[in-house]
Design a protein. Structure first.
Lengths: 405, 112
């Protein structure tokens, strides 16, 4: 019964925490420009994340150490430095985008410009991190994030043709604007497979004191959470395809998204869209800030835990304090949130090989994983993800130049 | 030592070929993009206009979208387009007028 409760909580947490500024923006852009045709990118991203989270969780449960700890130990500080810098840099950009997402939601709700909200959001986020525990951050924010189920309700209310949605889950060549199509596919993959997610998940497993007894909890949480979460992102594509595409709306600024759910759900649709954007982005702001502090603290061997009082792990708490306020600066200066989001998603996709390739080594090392090394299916999936990550790395910059406009 | 050099050259060639292929893929010209953008904003403004009666939050949102649509229109009028034919310019002017009319309707509905 206790295990069932842990699984249920874990799945709910994953669903509530899946949507954020990147997945909302990229799903809406994909649906508004290509209908259901990019559904496959959401599916691939969700399945890839499911495998990466399961493996990073398994690694932590078996070793009682985090993925970042293992990276440093196995590859040395020099081998760890490149993934560290890449994860910190791209996650920082994503963090700024998330703060921007909350700020845009508040702007749409109050009429007060988004720049004004940047520092109050950073302060509120810092306060939650300073006063709260890991459970507050992980479960509290994700529970509130369940409001994002409104995307599924809106999609159902619009009576889509489910066979057309299913057809979109199979990759097909676009009839127009090929560079834009592949750019959006890349952005969706970047939004789905953010390295901070599996670094955070791995740290969470250690915070929650997972052992090999939690392997089944890990497997079910990573699988169901990402399948249902990915389903919500897919519903974002569906709603945009049914609301924006027929009207000829192409999302150029975040503010255009405000009406996304209104044709389906009227006034509650507008309110729930703002709530979803604000709450999910705020939850992700907390997770990324913590994840950045975790990776740095674990890499440099500092004492770290969100469950400790800040005075007990002062370098860790100083890191998240500085990070969250620094990340608010681009928004304070008026950065275009949608462009920042798209660029950060593309760079996230480009950075994937640096964390995915070492995972292949760690998950097959019997000294590290003992009898819990990857099986054939796990390795096939991980190699496929690694190949995809290398392709994304190669095409990211050309696609940003050609399709980002 | 030659083998890695060759493989890096090949990788470079692949990246260049890929970039070249992408250049060939992207067909939209500047006037096309401008026209798409104006039409997209007009559609966004119309959708917001249809929702302002739903309550004070959509009304407030409508006023924000009006201001952003107006700045898009302003930028479009200032922009000097390369490769624009007479037909392109006429289509863009038509789209600008249509957006302006939609913005006026939104302003009237949202009380901005």
């Amino acid at each position: 019964m206790k295990k069932f409760g842990e699984i249920a909580l874990g799945v709910v947490t994953s669903i509530g925490g899946f949507l954020e500024v990147g997945s909302i923006a990229t799903s809406a852009q994909a649906g508004s420009e290509f209908g259901f045709q990019l559904g496959w990118a959401v599916l691939v991203g969700s399945v890839a994340l499911m495998f990466l989270m399961e493996m990073s969780g398994r690694l932590s449960a078996v070793t009682t150490r985090t993925f970042a700890d293992q990276l440093r130990e196995r590859f040395g500080i020099r081998g760890f430095l490149l993934p560290l810098v890449a994860v910190l840099a791209v996650s920082f950009l994503v963090l700024s985008s998330e703060i921007g997402g909350v700020a845009i939601a508040l702007q749409m709700a109050t009429g007060v410009g988004f720049r004004v909200w940047a520092l109050p959001i950073a302060f509120l986020g810092w306060l939650v991190l300073w006063r709260g525990t890991f459970g507050t951050v992980e479960k509290g924010a994700a529970m509130l994030g369940l409001v994002s189920i409104v995307f599924a309700i809106a999609a159902a209310a619009l009576h889509p043709r489910w066979s057309s949605i299913a057809a979109g889950l199979v990759p097909s060549a676009p009839a127009h604007d090929r560079a834009r199509y592949w750019y959006l596919a890349l952005s969706i993959l970047g939004a789905s497979i953010s390295p901070y997610l599996y670094f955070f998940y791995s740290s969470g497993a250690v915070e929650d004191k997972w052992t090999t007894e939690h392997l089944s909890v890990n497997r079910v949480t990573a699988s169901l959470g990402n399948i249902f979460g990915g389903g919500l992102a897919l519903m974002g594509v569906v709603v945009a395809a049914l609301v924006f595409l027929p009207r000829g709306i192409r999302v150029e600024r975040y503010e255009q998204l405000g009406m996304l759910l209104t044709p389906a759900l009227h006034h509650p649709g507008f309110v729930f869209f703002l709530a979803t954007l604000g709450i999910t982005c705020f939850g992700t702001t907390l997770e990324i800030t913590l994840s950045l502090a975790y990776v740095l603290a674990q890499g440099l061997g500092w004492t770290w835990s969100e469950n400790l009082r800040p005075s007990r792990d002062s370098r860790f708490s100083t890191t998240y304090t500085i990070t969250i306020f620094l990340a608010a600066i681009p928004i304070l200066l008026g950065a275009d949130v949608l462009k920042l989001t798209n660029v950060s998603m593309v760079l996230t996709a480009a950075s994937l090989p640096l964390s995915v390739l070492p995972l292949i080594v760690l998950m097959n090392d019997r000294e590290v994983m003992e009898r819990h090394v990857n099986g054939i299916a796990g390795n096939v999936a991980l190699v496929a993800i690694a190949i995809m990550s290398v392709v994304l790395f190669v095409v990211a910059v050309p696609l940003q130049i050609m399709g980002g406009g | 030592m030659r083998i890695p050099h060759r493989s890096w050259s090949r990788l470079g060639a692949v990246v260049i070929a890929l970039a070249g292929a992408l250049v060939a893929c992207s067909g939209a010209t500047e006037p096309d993009k401008q026209l798409d953008s104006l039409r997209s904003w007009q559609a966004s403004v119309r959708l917001a206009t249809s929702a302002v009666h739903l309550g004070w939050t959509p009304r407030r949102y409508g006023r924000q979208l009006h201001d952003q649509g107006a700045s898009v229109l302003e930028e479009s009028r200032k922009a000097k387009l390369k490769d624009a034919s007479a037909a392109d310019s006429a289509a863009i002017r038509g789209a600008q007028r249509a957006l302006e009319a939609s913005l006026d309707s939104l302003a009237a509905a949202a009380g901005s």
